[in-house]
Design a binder for this molecule. Structure first.
Ligand code: KG4
Ligand code: ZN
Length: 327
């Protein structure tokens, strides 16, 4: 079975061709234009997707040695995301469907992230926990049956990646700042005593909150002044990163204890973070599963992989030209 995946929900334009569960070719174009604005500008994202989507789809077909008319399924992200950006991918997928007649299905972007774990562990089957940590989402799901996701808890304010980006901006890094913050944190002395608090929610966990942490870093920076921040940027990054990792780990432990499910897939852009990977590896051992970094950030291979599962379950859905921005 040959599947074309298409992802255009935010600021990555991506296409991938899968043969069964195996990725034959994957292309990801990260739009650079947003860095100058400190965040994604929706209209610019849509226009940049329009310029790239055709080029990337041709490239993955070429590299896979396949043609569009040999495709058995087109899987395209149809929610959640920026409406105009989603429309570019949906329109392209529907165009292929009308032109060539293969089935097309919409895929939920978060479901795509969940299934990115199968690109690393093809044999992974329920039950498992999925911690989705990205720029737009931070949530813990119990996957007890194929295609059924129980949300155990999610952030009440900022997503973890959003916190990395906002704190990174306070410290002078450009968007997206997650990787720069991690690299800066790695330069800190390991024995530093700076700590930021992990938010405790009033409701029983799992649950996340990162806006208080971001504010704590902001007040700390303001109280210390520019000279101190220049000298101590690595320590600040390290303390912030420890607080985020600590919160993700603590809540994952609560979820594992509550559900009795010990296997956990950590997915989404923040799952690129090396400190997070080591911490989960120490806590969950071989039960901690991370996709390769190129499949943690937004990509079409995970959308195609999720599409294959929808196909197997006979749960294809026609993507709407009136896409849902938020779910
Ligand atoms: O999954 P993704 O590409 O987009 C969304 O669906 O949101 O995630 C992007 C997020 C950004 O906030 C980025 O700063 C963060 O992932 N990120 C990281 C790292 N690499 C990317 N955060 C922490 N450490 C990293 N190494
Ligand atoms: Zn994403």
């Amino acid at each position: 079975m040959i599947t074309l995946g298409i992802e255009t929900s935010c600021d990555e334009t991506s296409a991938a061709v899968l043969k069964g569960p195996e990725v034959l070719a994957s292309e990801i174009y990260t739009q650079q234009i947003h860095a100058a604005y400190g965040g994604v500008v929706p209209e610019m994202a849509s226009r940049a997707h329009l310029k790239k989507i055709d080029v990337l789809c041709r490239a993955v077909y070429d590299r896979a040695g396949m043609r569009p008319d040999q495709t058995d399924l087109v899987a395209v992200t149809d929610s959640p995301g920026l409406a105009g950006a989603l429309l570019v991918g949906i329109g392209f997928g529907l165009g292929l469907h009308i032109g060539y007649g293969m089935p097309v299905t919409g895929v939920n972007h978060l479901e795509g992230h969940v299934y990115s774990a199968l690109l690393e562990r093809p044999d992974l089957s329920p039950p498992f926990l999925s911690l989705v940590v990205s720029g737009g989402h931070t949530a813990l799901y119990a996957v007890r049956d194929p295609g059924r996701y129980e949300c155990l808890g999610k952030t009440v304010d900022d997503a973890a990646g959003e916190a990395f980006d906002k704190v990174g901006k306070l410290l002078g890094f450009s968007y997206p700042a997650g990787r720069a913050v991690e690299e800066e944190a790695a330069r800190a002395r390991p024995d530093g005593d700076l700590k930021f608090p992990i938010a405790r929610l009033s409701t029983p966990g799992p649950g996340f909150s990162f806006s208080g942490l971001k504010t704590a870093v902001r007040y700390f920076i303001q109280s210390k002044g520019a000279a101190y921040v220049n000298d101590h940027r690595p320590q600040i990054c390290r303390a912030f990163q420890e607080a985020v990792v600590g919160s993700l780990l603590l809540n994952s432990r609560i979820a594992a204890d509550r559900t009795g499910i010990e296997r956990i897939a950590v997915v989404g852009g923040v799952a690129c973070n090396g400190r997070l990977r080591r911490a989960f590896g120490d806590a969950f051992g071989v039960n901690a599963i991370f996709p390769p970094p190129k499949y943690c950030t937004d990509n079409a291979a995970m959308i195609a992989r999720a599409g294959v599962e929808c196909f197997k379950r006979n749960e294809l859905r026609r993507p709407s030209m009136n896409p849902v921005g938020r779910i």
